[in-house]
Design a protein around this ligand. Structure first.
Ligand SMILES: [Zn+2]
Length: 210
């Protein structure tokens, strides 16, 4: 079991919900900072998105909706020019929108498949690396750094936030996005599962994804 919250270090954790056919993948809620921590020692599937590629210029595809929302938020609250870094840029939808609007963009991905697909689809060079080891060029800092649905899975979120801070220009913005575990549909699913009504069948090789 997980011994301490990865964000605040508190040991006051409550087993919150599980995944997997044997309920072997455990998620703990920190009663201090409320972050829900997955017990990473059980393993993660980091390949989920690496087998399919969705055209980032497809405005109608539902897979692109999340990144479109994030970009709209940036456009409304920050603006339409400067340098933007997307950490874990997926299929490159956000980079595509930002670049089309006038941002200078840079993307980091862990998947070589996604890098190659982005290059083919929109001609953009994305770097394959773990962002903690990413070294920008001298003085190469960003107005905006985006991290969507990643921080909550990282072994050391505090170190990761420090790292993001070091990649920002003074006065720059970090745009961090988290799933809302208290969303009504997720709450309802957890309730049904707890009552035994919602027996989800997991694939034999299922592991929670990043
Ligand atoms: Zn905590």
């Amino acid at each position: 079991m997980l011994s301490a919250c990865r964000l605040c270090g508190s040991r006051n954790l409550k087993r919150y919900y599980t995944q997997g056919n044997q309920s072997q993948y455990e998620f703990y809620k920190c009663m201090n900072c409320k972050l829900v921590n997955y017990d990473l020692s059980k393993g993660l599937n980091q390949e989920k998105y690496a087998r399919e590629y969705i055209d980032p210029s497809d405005h109608k595809h539902r897979h692109n909706a999340g990144q479109t929302q994030t970009y709209d938020f940036i456009r409304r609250t920050i603006g339409n020019s400067g340098k933007l870094l997307d950490i874990g840029c997926g299929n490159g939808r956000l980079l595509f929108l930002a670049q089309s609007a006038g941002w200078q963009v840079k993307g980091l991905e862990r998947s070589g498949f996604l890098r190659d697909s982005i290059k083919k689809a929109i001609g953009l060079d994305v770097e394959v690396c773990d962002f903690l080891s990413y070294e920008p060029g001298e003085g190469d800092l960003f107005d905006v750094v985006v991290l969507r649905h990643v921080l909550e899975h990282l072994p050391d979120p505090v170190l990761s936030m420090r790292r993001i801070n070091s990649l920002l220009k003074i006065g720059g913005y970090a745009v961090l996005e988290f799933p809302n575990i208290e969303a009504p549909d997720l709450k309802f699913k957890r309730f049904l599962r707890k009552m035994g009504f919602h027996k989800k069948k997991y694939a034999p090789d299922y592991k929670p994804t990043l």
